[in-house]
Design a binder for this molecule. Sequence first.
Ligand code: ADP
Length: 478
Amino acid sequence: MKILFATSEIAPWVKTGGLGDVAGALPAALRALGHDVRVLVPAYPALLQAFPDAPEIARPHWLGGLLPTPGLRQAVAPDGTPLLLLDYRHYFDRPGNPYLGPEGRDWLDNHLRFGLLSRVAAWLGSEASSLDWVPDVVHCNDWQTGLAPAYLAYRAERPAKSLFTLHNLAFQGLFDHASLFELGLPDAAWSMHGVEFYGHLSFLKAGLQHASAISTVSPSYAREIQTDAEGMGMAGLLRHRADDLTGILNGIDTRDWDPTRDRHLAKHYGPRRIEDKAINKAKLQEEVGLEVRADLPLFAVVSRLTEQKGLDLFLDVAAKTIDLPAQIVVLGSGAHALEHGWNSFAQRHPGRCAVRIGFDEGFAHRIEAGADIFVMPSRFEPCGLNQLYSLRYGTPPVVRATGGLADTVIDAADEKHGNGFVFGPATATALYAALQRAAAAWRDPDIWRRLQKHGMARDSSWAEAAGHYAALYKRLAG
Ligand code: ADP
């Protein structure tokens, strides 16, 4: 099968969240199964720097509306995956985050930037393409490539099939009516059955409406988003498309996230040398200025600091948690109020709580290895990757029973399979009860080893997910 994987971010070069990780690992896993997968991604500065000599292989033109003529450059990732770099400097050669300007606000021309990405994905999946490689399926991801299925539907000759994967329903790519013309979409697209969503143009809805099939990143999330409570305005449409909607649980990059050879760690360890995890704990405590104490459980967070992740709930009970007694380390960035709240909490509790605001891959690895218990009280969670890293690093997670968290973490009450702690209501009280249970279990070495063993034995590699995606592509391509 020939698959074009269209994405707005890709690890390790450009990543703001789970999508970057998926784009960095799934294509290689599919290629290992024998499929010809190529990745289309904007040529951000990090990619231009990594592949300075990537030759231009096409110049898609007459794309419609106000869309410019970009270049397409070809490169090959270290894992062998061919990359198609969408090169239009005026749109993508910008500092920082792919979506936000320096002030933390969306770039004003995001509709054109990601409209161009979507349009070129559709161009590659149609007869208009000048390449001799035509994909069977264009695999789109999140709102940034959500218009590709619409372009395939409205503007393509002999279009490829499309799969639209939802990594997060909360980001919907909403723009005003005028963008319909700027993006070169026909007036006919402006309807309830097209790209219009309550008076706006929604990239996300366009994808959900026009893709040949839809997937999301866990079976539980696939069910939850069909309910009015969690469907973020799209539940009706998702229910309507229920027969075309599946949930495929993400894997993780098991080469990158492997405590037996993680290059970021002070000391490697694994299921058979779990006691060496303690060395990483002491190093972590030292690194962040916590009291170096083996006798206190160390709770950890690595996350975007947003409402979704429920870290306001944790902040509400952080003082009680420290009194358990315990320590807390937090790495994250996002909402100002949460950054400020956690920072000032840490200032008031030196030695017991350390907070670092920012995005730091190496530090994230050292936290997974050094902490005892990982905390993820998400209000919703399409899949979640950090609980999977935690399981693999012998750091049992405390999670709310939602989405991918519910599909991967089994409560300690199940002695045969338990690998973490699961709570129900999105309240600080319910979270605190789970934190208390975790701290108590941590004090019992037999229980703790058992939980760690179950977690570390879980196979979170991409192989299984890749098999499911391949089966889905086959079904689509007939
Ligand atoms: P989401 O995509 O909703 O942010 P996921 O758990 O699916 O959540 O993926 C988040 C990814 O981003 C993980 O790989 C996580 O380790 C990483 N991450 C999030 N915040 C940070 C941070 N501040 N520093 C380093 N890595 C981070």
